[in-house]
Design a protein around this ligand. Structure first.
Ligand SMILES: [Zn+2]
Length: 331
């Protein structure tokens, strides 16, 4: 539904795990037989049994690939080229997992540099390191304390099971990034309710919430998100396949959008869900009832929240205004 309109819409992708974006054709070079067919999880009606089952599936596919900065470069280059050419994406925020540094010993600053330098001309890319709730260990503390100094790292993102407690080191690291004028986000409201979103707002002072799906039932929270000018980066197909929502019709993007909270549409981990950014927009149109003007508003939110200079932002917004001017009343 609205296929041509969605394809022509300039878009952002701000919730993308670079490991979870591994192109299937690269995975096939490692094991052409096992991955001759796409994973079962790409089927439209597929649902993961649990977050743990998803995590195991993801790690099994991506860990063999991501064992050097060169592999990050190779994958990111293909991911970014396709986002630019096939999805009309102009701006990307992507995160890599600190576990690759911690457990596989790949050099963190070199990963950030490899991802950043893989961006084609005309595509802006910002790089975040994802740290789990329990990601500060004897093996990782030295690089976690040092990552504020990594030239190509734009910020940090909180990853992992939300049900685990938020440890005190997290407050310190997020404050360091906020104080330095860098960027902070957190996965919250995917599996836990609004109380965890409140916690990351209060304790970590994040600028973006990854997901936030379960925050919609708390009107005070929605007001607070607006007051703080927070952006929610939602991932409808990921939410569906991980059973965060039972259907797209019931997805809380509608409530969040109607409340006037700035929100975006993203893909999360396409190697696990078989989705493209087009698919996520399209399903919100077809099953979520989003009109063209509403999809355009969501794309616009993405550029409003982008970490870029105002001149660049103005050009993107002008492009969207020109598309808005072609819509018939009520479209
Ligand atoms: Zn995510």
């Amino acid at each position: 539904m609205y296929d041509d309109f969605i394809r022509a819409l300039p878009k952002t992708e701000a919730h993308l795990h670079i490991e979870g974006a591994l192109p299937l054709d690269l995975l096939r070079t490692l094991d052409p037989v096992k991955y001759a067919l796409p994973p079962m999880s790409w089927a439209k009606d597929f649902r993961y049994e649990s977050f743990e089952a998803f995590d195991e599936h993801l790690l099994g596919m991506v860990c063999p690939w991501y064992n050097s900065p060169e592999r990050y470069y190779e994958s990111a280059k293909l991911v970014f080229e396709r986002l630019q050419k096939e999805q009309n994406v102009r701006y990307v925020e992507t995160s890599f997992a600190s576990g690759i540094v911690e457990f596989l010993g790949v050099d963190g600053p070199s990963i950030a540099e490899a991802i950043k330098s893989a961006a084609p001309v005309g595509l802006e890319v910002r790089v975040f390191m994802g740290l789990h709730h329990n990601g500060y260990t004897e093996r990782s503390m030295a690089f976690v304390d040092d990552c504020i100094n990594w030239r190509h790292l734009d910020g940090v993102d909180l990853h992992g099971a939300e049900t685990m407690p938020l440890e005190p080191w997290t407050d310190r690291i997020w404050k360091k990034f906020n104080d330095a004028g860098k960027y902070t986000k957190a996965h919250a409201g995917e599996f836990c309710g609004p109380e965890f979103i409140w916690e990351v707002l209060e304790r970590l002072n994040v600028k973006r919430i990854e997901h936030g799906e379960r925050g919609s039932g708390d009107p005070l929270l929605l007001e607070e998100l607006k007051r703080r000018d927070i952006t929610l980066d939602l991932c409808p197909i990921s939410n569906l396949k991980l059973r965060v929502t039972s259907s797209i019709e019931d997805h809380s993007l509608r409530d969040i959008f109607d409340a006037g909270v700035r929100c975006t549409i993203n893909t999360d981990d396409p190697i696990c869900f078989g989705n493209t950014l087009f698919d996520d927009y399209e399903i919100m149109a077809r099953e979520g009832g989003f009109k063209k003007s509403e999809l355009l508003r969501i794309a616009r939110y993405g550029f409003e929240a982008a970490i870029v200079d105002e001149a660049r932002r103005a050009l993107w917004l002008a492009e969207l205004d020109a598309i808005a001017a072609t819509l018939a009343p009520g479209e």
